[in-house]
Design a protein. Sequence first.
Length: 399
Amino acid sequence: MNPGRPTAIIYCDHLLYASETFIRGQASTLKRYVPAYAGLRRVRGLELPGEQTHVIHRGDTFGRVWELAFKLWGVAPGFVKELRSLQPQLIHAHFGADGLRALPLAKKLHLPLIVSFHGSDATATQVKNVAVPYGHRRYLANKSRLQQYASQVIAVSEFVKSKLLMQGYAEEQVKVHYIGVDTKMFSPKTGESEPIVLFVGRLVERKGVGYLIRAMAAIQNELPNLELVVIGDGPLRSELEALANASLRKYRFLGAQTPEAVRNWMSVARIFAAPSVKVKSGEEEGFGIVFIEAQAMEKPVVSFDSGGIGEAVEHGVTGFLAQERDWHGLAEYIALLARDLDLRRKMGLAGRARVLRLFDLETQTELLEEMYSEVVTRSKAREEQTSHASHGAFKWPRY
């Protein structure tokens, strides 16, 4: 580690899924702090710097035992020792369930804990008869512990903040911070694009791909050359491919792709469409970083007015938002943009300008590091007050 900069532990149970580029992007942009990734285990997904990555389970039997011990009781002495050697200043956990998991670490290391909520971790609260991960159920049952201990809670949108306040988090504890995107990596390409409507995301109910396929089926009756390209994977892939095969003239399902491949497809597409919806668990789109990536590349966006999408996409300026689940309205907006080159260019330019103003990754990460320093300063001040109080609580009388 660089001795000239303090260390910030970036915690996720699983390091890191392919869809979590926003975590790696933010951490790798830190300038005042050195990121050290920590979690239960590595997963097949994003590349991380080996010397900065620390996990409990390294693939052997002992690792499996210690992972279970940590999950059940928060016990992992070797892991704690390894992280303590980094002399970290704080822990920044991503997702509510992971924040709860990191809480024992923060206590054992005497570190302030920052937790970022990204969407479903703040919105999926109706889980009685819904299949959700055990970690999320555990979080819902024990979130009061996080509310009491977390030094700072970050919401990725005003919408997510409102959901956290409804759950009992204190107003002064929650701050809105937009992560932002790399506007150098996601920059527009010159020249006209191809007749492609692009979707990027997990193939789950919440992402609304079925509505997009229905909309594209209606559009292709009039614009048969307009193709739907779907990037992403998930449990609904076979079902959605069957629906597309039965109703669409031109489409492609490409599965999971690298960030570079996603950027390349965005550069050639004419329209980005990702119509997320609210589902039975209460889960909604918290913000949608992929909308910002598309707009950074001067692509107009079409979606539903659901969750925090209205903060990412300015309706009528950088794209269009149909009423939730109204695939007819979705089709009308896509068709309008497909036919009107000038409108696409106008919205594309407006989108890029808005991203540069509000969602540039370097600017947003500078603001995050200011938050880090404020939290560390407050934590040290409390420690000093506690130390003085304990030393001054009793004085021997002078004779």
